[in-house]
Design a protein around this ligand. Structure first.
Ligand SMILES: Cc1cc2nc3c(=O)[nH]c(=O)nc-3n(C[C@H](O)[C@H](O)[C@H](O)COP(=O)(O)OP(=O)(O)OC[C@H]3O[C@@H](n4cnc5c(N)ncnc54)[C@H](O)[C@@H]3O)c2cc1C
Length: 387
């Protein structure tokens, strides 16, 4: 059986659905082909089930790409306000959690219901349980899926990245890019917990669950948010954010007591001993972590110089992580289809007319906090409006 459309979209995730809605509203006949049994599976698990669907303070600086200018055009033409207007049209209750991050009050299901209802209104056909066997390109694109053949002059690849393979993530989008001679930037897991090397792991990981506000930094980037000790290393927003910039083998610096001079009282006191030091550090850090960290960094003497060095170590705890927890635990994929290959206005390939890439499959990666969905909405809308 053959179906003819104006555009075929591979993947019913955030980018694919937004693209379909925008194209459908412009009366294009659109089919979305999705391998899973339902649309927007990743949206449903996002934001702890409440979907952090955008960020009020979205700026191009919140995105990582080999070309930091690429995302600007799409982000400027579909802004957080545009998505918020859609959410409000559907009377979905939401709130700002922190740092401009907007979450559903009830559940992420509100967002998938909204997108599905917009697809119906725009007369978009969504084909679920549709595993694609082959993509061919002649005068049109032909997509083979089981007994069915889909034909259209336009093909949009919205198959996402490599995160959470057990939910079905594959490199399908990159395979299509390669098939058409389109360059890929090396991919790796981002927004992912870090693993500690064994001495640090033995020392700290029995404190799993302890959390504290830190500034986590590499030589060029820093994030001030919570850090969480896990059974194998470190996580929490500050660590997830910095993981996107950290490269294996490099040190990571953690300011455990931002803006505080923890040992100042000791320097001006004649009572200088472990007990006084513990009291001071416990005012800045959770007790168990404070004690453990101090026991592992005790000064040899209690001179002002030693105390200054201790203060410095506290503000620049230096670790060399063993690695990351990888794609199994990552929120997003760094790298992907090289932006040099695509129009920043429409997401269309320069080489292959009618072939578009949108969403996470492209080498544009957001910070934690709703930015990755904003990129999916914005790139999807840019392509959908160009059809
Ligand atoms: C646990 C977790 C929580 C997250 N929370 C947030 C958050 O709160 N806020 C935020 O901004 N970002 C969050 N993200 C990131 C965000 O989910 C992604 O960046 C976003 O979903 C990317 O959208 P996409 O449409 O490009 O890809 P996806 O949403 O991954 O959609 C791709 C779709 O393509 C389908 N597909 C793949 N291969 C094929 C194929 N061969 N044939 C047909 N269909 C195929 C997949 O089944 C999927 O439905 C989170 C990610 C994870 C893993």
């Amino acid at each position: 059986m053959a179906h003819n459309y104006d555009a075929l979209i591979l993947g019913a995730g955030a980018a694919g659905l937004m693209c379909a809605i925008e194209a459908g509203k412009r009366r294009r006949r659109v089919a979305v082909l999705e391998r899973a049994a339902r649309a927007g599976k990743k949206i449903l698990i996002s934001g702890g089930g409440r979907c952090n669907f955008t960020n009020l303070h979205c700026q191009p600086e919140n995105f990582i790409s080999a070309n930091p200018h690429f995302a600007k055009s799409a982000l400027a033409r579909y802004t957080p306000s545009d998505f918020i207007a859609l959410v409000e049209n559907h009377s979905i209750p939401y709130h700002e959690k922190t740092l401009g991050q907007l979450f559903c009050d009830r559940s992420a299901r509100d967002i998938t219901d909204m997108l599905e209802s917009e697809c119906r209104a725009a007369k978009v056909d969504v084909f679920l349980n549709t595993t694609i066997q082959e993509v061919r390109h002649g005068t049109e694109f032909t997509v083979h899926a089981a007994e069915t053949e889909f034909l259209a002059p336009v093909l949009l690849v919205a198959t996402g990245g490599l995160t959470i393979p057990k939910m079905g993530a594959t490199d399908f989008g990159y395979q299509i890019a390669r098939k058409f001679g389109i360059k890929i930037r090396e991919t790796r897991a981002a927004l992912t917990p870090l693993l500690l090397e064994s001495p640090d792991r033995t020392t700290y990981c029995d404190l799993a669950g302890v959390s504290t506000e830190v500034i986590a930094s590499t030589d060029h980037h820093a994030f001030r948010e919570a850090m969480l000790i896990t059974h194998q290393g470190l996580s929490g927003p500050a660590i997830l954010q910095i993981s996107s910039y950290w490269n294996k083998g490099e040190p990571l610096y953690i300011d455990l007591a931002p803006d505080r001079e923890v040992f100042a009282s000791l320097r001006s006191s004649s009572t200088r001993n472990i007990a006084a030091c513990r009291v001071a550090i416990q005012l800045a850090l959770p007790n168990r972590f404070a004690t453990r960290w101090l026991d592992n960094h005790l000064p040899q003497r209690w001179t002002n110089e030693d105390l200054s060095r201790l203060e410095q170590k506290l503000h620049q705890w230096t670790i060399i992580p063993a690695g990351t927890e990888g794609f199994d635990k990552a929120e997003v994929t760094l790298g992907g289809v090289d932006t040099d290959e695509l129009s920043s206005k429409t997401m269309e390939s320069h080489k292959v007319r009618g072939l578009f890439f949108i969403g996470e499959v492209v080498d544009v990666t957001g910070h934690l906090g709703g930015f990755n969905f904003q990129w999916a909405w914005a790139s999807g809308a840019a392509a959908g409006r160009a059809l």
